[in-house]
Write a protein that binds this ligand. Structure first.
Ligand code: Z2T
Length: 821
C-alpha cells in the first residue's frame, strides 16, 4: 500500500466530516444550517478533489520522468454519467464518506442524486469511451482522453401524450466541481480561406491562408483509477472567439457584428449532435470534428516539442492516437499538414510518422452511419486538408495499382474519394489507409469488417485489421450500481475483485448451492423492489416485484428491433384477452430509449409503445399479468438503477447489425438472462456463460444473407401468420388511439411492405424464445443457477481486458504506476 492509500485507509468518519464541513464553509461559502443537499454534494466533491489533485500531480510527475509512450484517445463522445460515487469508490473513500455524512445527519445516497449526468455522448460508443478511460487509469497506462466540452449534452427526453419531446440538457447550469479550466494551454484553430502555391528555389510549397480563427480552451477532468494511485486526464475543448479577430471588426466600427462572430465561434462546442448511427453531414459537425482534432494534435505536438524539440522521428515512438470511429479522422490530414507545411518534412517521412501514430476503431457496418464529407464542403472549410487527402489518395491508388494492375473497378471501389455527381471523401477508407491498426469491437463484427466492408484492405495489409471485443468497467457496472450484490460477493472472494473480475469464477461451485441461490435471488428481489418505486415515481404505473422484469434499454433504432418486442407484447396481450386464464408468469416489460430527433420511425415506435402501455396497464381484465412501461429520459444514471433489477436482458438486433453491444454485458454481469440473437457480443457472452444459461434465437448472419438473396417477402408472413396479422392490424386501427385512428399505422405498414430489419422473419423464433424464458423462470433453482453463472462469468467483458489488449496489440504501451512523492 502506498502512503496515500494508507492515509485514506486510516481516515476516520469524524475527521472526514470535518473536512467536508471546512469545504462547505470556505469553498462553498455556506454553513451547516443553511446548506442544501446540492451544496453538501459540492462540498463533498471539493473534499475529494484534495486527494484527486494529489494523485494527478503524482501521476504526471511519474509520466514526465519516465518519458512514457502515451495513448491519446480521440472521441467526439464521452458518456461519463455521474462522477461522485465513482470517485469515492475509486479513492477508497465511499464507506468513510457514508459514515461521515451520517454523522452530519445526511444520507450519502441523497447527495449522490444531486449530481446531473455528464451526458456528452449518444450511446454505446460514448459510454465505451468512458469505460475505457476508467480502465486506462486503473491499469496505470499513460493516457489522455480528448473530446469536446459541449455546453449541452444529449437532450433530456420528455413524453407528451406518448411522444418524445427533446429539451436542452443543462449539465453545467450550476457549474461542475470536477472540471478545471486551463487557459494557459489554449490553442488556436483556423478555418476556411484559400491555399496559395509559392514557387521558390526548392520548388513549390503550399501556404494556407485561413480566414477564420477559433480559440480552443481546455477543461480538464481528472479520471481516478480504481485504487486511486493513478489519476489521468480527460481534456475537453471549448470553442471561443479569437481575440484578434474581434478586435479587427471592432476597429472597423462593427461592434455588434463582432458579437455575431463571437456567437458563431462559440456555437462550435455548444451542443452534441444527437444522431447515434446516421451521418448528418452538417457543416457545423465537420467544424466540431476538425476543431477538437486540431486542438488535440496541437496539444500533443506542443508537449512533444517541449521534450524533444523538432526531432519528429521520435513522434510515433512516443505517441499513439486512437480514433474512436471516423469522427476524428480529419486528424490524419491535420497531422500531415503540420508535418509537411509547418515543420517542412518530406511527404514520405511525414506519412510514415502519421500512419505509425494512428489507429482506428470501427463501430458499425450500417451504411447510413459510415461518414462521408462532400469534397466541395471540405474545399470550403478546410481547403488545404482537401488537397492533402487528394494526395494521400493518389499515392494509395498507386499502391492499389501495383497490387491490381490496370483495374479501374478496383480503383473506384477502394478510392478514398467517392466519384459521382457529388464527389465525397469516405472517412472510413481514409482511416484505414492512415492507420497502422484497425479494429472491430466483437469477433463477428471484425469478421464482417474483413469479409464485407474491407475485403481488399485485408489483401493489401493482412495484419492490419484486428478484433478487440468491447468491455465495460465492473466498478461502475457492478460494484457501484449494485451494492447489494457487491456485498454478497465480498463475503466470498477477495475485496479486489473489481480489479480482477476473474476472481468471481471462484463462485461457480456455489451456483448450485441452494443457500447461495436464495441469497443471490434475495438481492435481485430487493433491487427489483427499489426499481418498483422508481417506476412509480417516473410513470405513475404500479408494477409487482414478483413479475419477471424484462428489460430492453438502448438507443431506439429499427435495427435493434424494439418493435419486435412490441409485436410480441401485442400478440401476448391478444392471447390474454381471448383467454384471461392463460397460464403465464407475470411480466413487466421495461423500455428505456432515446430516438434521434429527426428519426421518424424511431419516434413512431416510442409513441406506439407508450400508447399500447396505456391501454395494457389500465386493462383490469388481464389481472395485471403483463405491464408495460417506457421510462423517460434513459441515461447512464437511470441505467444504474435498471440493470441491477433486470431478470431478462433483451438483445434482439438483426444478426450482423449490432457491432457489439455493451448493455448486454452490463445486464449479464448483474445476473440477467440474455434473450438475444446471434449478433455482436451476444455470441461471445454465450461462449462465456454456456449455451444453457441464456436464450439465443433467430436467424444467423448467413441465414439473413440467404433470405435477402432469395427475396424477402414480409407480406407473405403477414398473410400467413394469423397472430402477426391480427396484431399489426390492431396497431394500425383505432384500438390504441381511439381519438386518432391510424396514428400508429406507419409501423405496421413498414413491417408488412419493407421490414428492412426482418422483424417478421424472426418473429416465430422470438415468441418461442419468450416461451422458453417463461418456463425457465418457473424453475426457480435452475433460473437462479443460470443468473449466478452469468454474473460470475463476465471477466472477459471487463473493459480492463479490452484495454490490456489495446495496450499489447495496438498501442505497445506499458503501465507506469505513479510513484509516491
Ligand atoms: C454507437 O453508439 C455505436 C456505433 C456507432 O457507429 C455510433 C454510435 Cl453513436 C458509428 C455503437 C454500436 O452500435 C454498438 O454495437 C457498440 O457496442 C458500441 O458502439 C461500442 O462499440
Amino acid at each position: 500500500m502506498s502512503q496515500t492509500q494508507l492515509a485514506i485507509a486510516a481516515m476516520q468518519p469524524e475527521e472526514f466530516r470535518r473536512k467536508v464541513v471546512a469545504h462547505l464553509r470556505s469553498t462553498l461559502g455556506s454553513f451547516e444550517e443553511k446548506a442544501t443537499a446540492h451544496t453538501w454534494s459540492q462540498a463533498l466533491a471539493a473534499t475529494l478533489n484534495e486527494y484527486i489533485y494529489a494523485g494527478r500531480s503524482r501521476t504526471l510527475k511519474t509520466q514526465i520522468e519516465s518519458q512514457a509512450r502515451t495513448v491519446h484517445y480521440l472521441s467526439l463522445e464521452f458518456l461519463m454519467g455521474r462522477l461522485l460515487a465513482s470517485n469515492l469508490h475509486n479513492l477508497g473513500l465511499y464507506q468513510v464518506a457514508e459514515q461521515a455524512m451520517a454523522l452530519q445527519g445526511l444520507e450519502l445516497a441523497d447527495l449522490l442524486e444531486q449530481e446531473p449526468d455528464m451526458a456528452l455522448g449518444n450511446g454505446g460508443l460514448g459510454r465505451l469511451a468512458a469505460c475505457f478511460i476508467d480502465s486506462m487509469a486503473t491499469l496505470a497506462l499513460p493516457a489522455i482522453g480528448y473530446g469536446i466540452h459541449y455546453e449541452h449534452g444529449l437532450f433530456r427526453q420528455e413524453f407528451i401524450k406518448g411522444r418524445q419531446v427533446e429539451r436542452p440538457d443543462q449539465w453545467r447550469e450550476f457549474g461542475s466541481p470536477w472540471e478545471i479550466c486551463r487557459p494557459e494551454s489554449q490553442q488556436v484553430v483556423k478555418l476556411y480561406g484559400h491555399v496559395e502555391t509559392i514557387h521558390d528555389q526548392n520548388g513549390s510549397r503550399k501556404v494556407w491562408h485561413p480566414s477564420r480563427m477559433l480559440r480552443a480552451i481546455p477543461w480538464d477532468i481528472p479520471i481516478v483509477g480504481y485504487g486511486g494511485q493513478n489519476v489521468n486526464i480527460l481534456r475537453l475543448w471549448e470553442s471561443r472567439a479569437d481575440h484578434f479577430f474581434d478586435w479587427d471588426v471592432f476597429n472597423a466600427g462593427g461592434y455588434v457584428d463582432a458579437y455575431a462572430e463571437l456567437v458563431q465561434a462559440e456555437t462550435v462546442s455548444k451542443v452534441l449532435y444527437p444522431n447515434d448511427e446516421t451521418d448528418a453531414g452538417k457543416e457545423l459537425r465537420l467544424i466540431q470534428q476538425y476543431f477538437f482534432s486540431a486542438a488535440s494534435i496541437a496539444d500533443i505536438l506542443r508537449r512533444f516539442e517541449s521534450a524533444h524539440g523538432n526531432d519528429y522521428h521520435l513522434f510515433a515512438t512516443l505517441n499513439v492516437l486512437q480514433l474512436n470511429d471516423t469522427h476524428p479522422a480529419i486528424a490524419i490530414a491535420e497531422l500531415m499538414r503540420l508535418l509537411v507545411d509547418e515543420k517542412q518534412l518530406a511527404w514520405q517521412e511525414a506519412w510514415q510518422i502519421t500512419q505509425q501514430s494512428f489507429a482506428y476503431t470501427n463501430h458499425t457496418l450500417l451504411p447510413e452511419a459510415l461518414e462521408t464529407w462532400s469534397v466541395s464542403l471540405l474545399q470550403t472549410v478546410l481547403p488545404r486538408h482537401m488537397e492533402i487527402i487528394f494526395e494521400i489518395n493518389r499515392r494509395f491508388l498507386q499502391q492499389v495499382d501495383e497490387r491490381w494492375p490496370n483495374d479501374q473497378q478496383m480503383q473506384a471501389k477502394l478510392s478514398i474519394i467517392q466519384e459521382g455527381e457529388k464527389k465525397s471523401v469516405r472517412m472510413a477508407q481514409l482511416s484505414v489507409v492512415g492507420s497502422q491498426r484497425v479494429n472491430g469491437v466483437a469477433k463477428i463484427h471484425t469478421q464482417l469488417i474483413k469479409t464485407e466492408l474491407f475485403p481488399e484492405m485485408v489483401q493489401l495489409w493482412p495484419e492490419k485489421i484486428r478484433n478487440i471485443t468491447n468491455g465495460v468497467t465492473p466498478r461502475r457496472w457492478l460494484k457501484i450500481c449494485n451494492p447489494r450484490l457487491a456485498e454478497l460477493i465480498d463475503q466470498h472472494v477477495d475485496a479486489d475483485w473489481p480489479r480482477y473480475l476473474e476472481k468471481l469464477e471462484q463462485l461457480k461451485p456455489l451456483a448450485k448451492d441452494k443457500d447461495f441461490q436464495q441469497k443471490f435471488m434475495a438481492v435481485k428481489q430487493r433491487n427489483k423492489q427499489a426499481l418498483v418505486a422508481v417506476i412509480k415515481q417516473l410513470t405513475d404505473v404500479e408494477v409487482s416485484a414478483e413479475a419477471i422484469f424484462d428489460v430492453q434499454i438502448k438507443r431506439l433504432h429499427e435495427y435493434k428491433r424494439q418493435h419486435l418486442n412490441l409485436l410480441y407484447i401485442l400478440v401476448l396481450y391478444r392471447r390474454l384477452l381471448k383467454n384471461p386464464a392463460l397460464d403465464i408468469c407475470p411480466r413487466v416489460f421495461i423500455f428505456g430509449a432515446k430516438a434521434a430527433p429527426g428519426y421518424r420511425m424511431a419516434k413512431d415506435i416510442i409513441l406506439a409503445i407508450n400508447r399500447v402501455a396505456k391501454v395494457i396497464n389500465n386493462d383490469v381484465s388481464i389481472g395485471g399479468k403483463i405491464k408495460l412501461v417506457f421510462l423517460p429520459n434513459y441515461r447512464v444514471s437511470l441505467a444504474e438503477k435498471l440493470i441491477p433489477a433486470a431478470d431478462v436482458s433483451q438483445q434482439i438486433s438483426l444478426a450482423g447489425k449490432e457491432a457489439s453491444g455493451t448493455g448486454n454485458m452490463k445486464l449479464a454481469m448483474n445476473g440477467a438472462i440474455t434473450l438475444g440473437t446471434h449478433d455482436g457480443a451476444n455470441i461471445e457472452i454465450a461462449e462465456a456463460v454456456g449455451e444453457q444459461n441464456l436464450v439465443l434465437f433467430g436467424m444467423k448472419v448467413d441465414e439473413v444473407k440467404a433470405l435477402q438473396h432469395s427475396g424477402y417477402a414480409p407480406q407473405h408472413i403477414y398473410q400467413n401468420n394469423e397472430e402477426i396479422k391480427a396484431a399489426l392490424d390492431w396497431l394500425s386501427g383505432d384500438f390504441f388511439t381511439p381519438e386518432q385512428p391510424g396514428l400508429l399505422a406507419s409501423i405496421s405498414k413498414n413491417l408488412i411492405n419493407e421490414d428492412p430489419f426482418m422483424v417478421l422473419a424472426d418473429f416465430a423464433a422470438y415468441q418461442q424464445a419468450q416461451q422458453r424464458i417463461d418456463s425457465f423462470y418457473r424453475q426457480k433453482s435452475a433460473w437462479a443457477e443460470a443468473a449466478i453463472l452469468n454474473a460470475v462469468s463476465m471477466a472477459r467483458f471487463n473493459s480492463d481486458r479490452s484495454i490490456m489488449e489495446y495496450a499489447n496489440d495496438i498501442w505497445q504501451l506499458k503501465p507506469i504506476p505513479a510513484a509516491e512523492c
